[in-house]
Design a protein around this ligand. Structure first.
Ligand SMILES: Cc1cc2nc3c(=O)[nH]c(=O)nc-3n(C[C@H](O)[C@H](O)[C@H](O)COP(=O)(O)OP(=O)(O)OC[C@H]3O[C@@H](n4cnc5c(N)ncnc54)[C@H](O)[C@@H]3O)c2cc1C
Length: 144
């Protein structure tokens, strides 16, 4: 069981995973791929800190950062259903089902519908999601 299940490993999901791991939360990342749309971008010229980087290179940097932490990762797996049974949340995929140990679920990824959403915005959303999950769990049952 996990405190947090993150669906997707684009810039948002990976950033959420890094922030959650730094807060010592037990987490699982389930994703169809690593890098998301960022891995498909050709030339990126607007990500702070990099005057120029290709999408695949930036996605590789994101992945390298995430893999510095011991994070459970299910790759090439697609979430097909979210189910709440009593106080548990089940995340069903095309291969298995996983459980969080709390009521409610936090998701990071392209859940916001922002026109022309950018990588830096997505990463910020991921950070916000992980920090709000941490605050919630700290106020309820989570202890480090
Ligand atoms: C061609 C192109 C060029 C771009 N150029 C730029 C640029 O130059 N600069 C810039 O800042 N932005 C650019 N963008 C936009 C940028 O790539 C996105 O804003 C960013 O990737 C969004 O990140 P995200 O993590 O929110 O979502 P995504 O990158 O869409 O990641 C979503 C993740 O969720 C996973 N996922 C989705 N559904 C499921 C499911 N059911 N089960 C499991 N996993 C799932 C996906 O596999 C993926 O890993 C470009 C986008 C494209 C397509």
């Amino acid at each position: 069981m996990y405190d947090l299940i993150i669906i997707g490993a684009g810039p948002a999901g990976i950033t959420a995973a890094v922030y959650a791991a730094r807060k010592r939360m037990s987490l699982l990342v389930i994703t169809k791929d690593i890098g998301g749309q960022a891995a498909l971008s050709g030339d990126i010229e607007n990500y702070t800190g990099y005057q120029f980087i290709t999408g695949p290179d930036l996605a590789a940097k994101f992945e390298e950062h995430m893999r510095k932490f011991e994070i459970a990762l299910k790759e090439n797996e697609e979430v097909i259903e979210l189910k709440k049974i009593e106080d548990k949340v089940w995340v069903k995929t095309n291969k298995s089902a996983y459980e969080t140990n709390i009521t409610g679920i936090f998701a990071a990824g392209d859940v916001t519908d922002v026109p022309e959403k950018q990588i830096i915005t997505a990463a910020g959303e991921g950070a916000k999601a992980a920090l709000s999950a941490f605050r919630y769990l700290s106020q309820h049952q989570f202890t480090t």
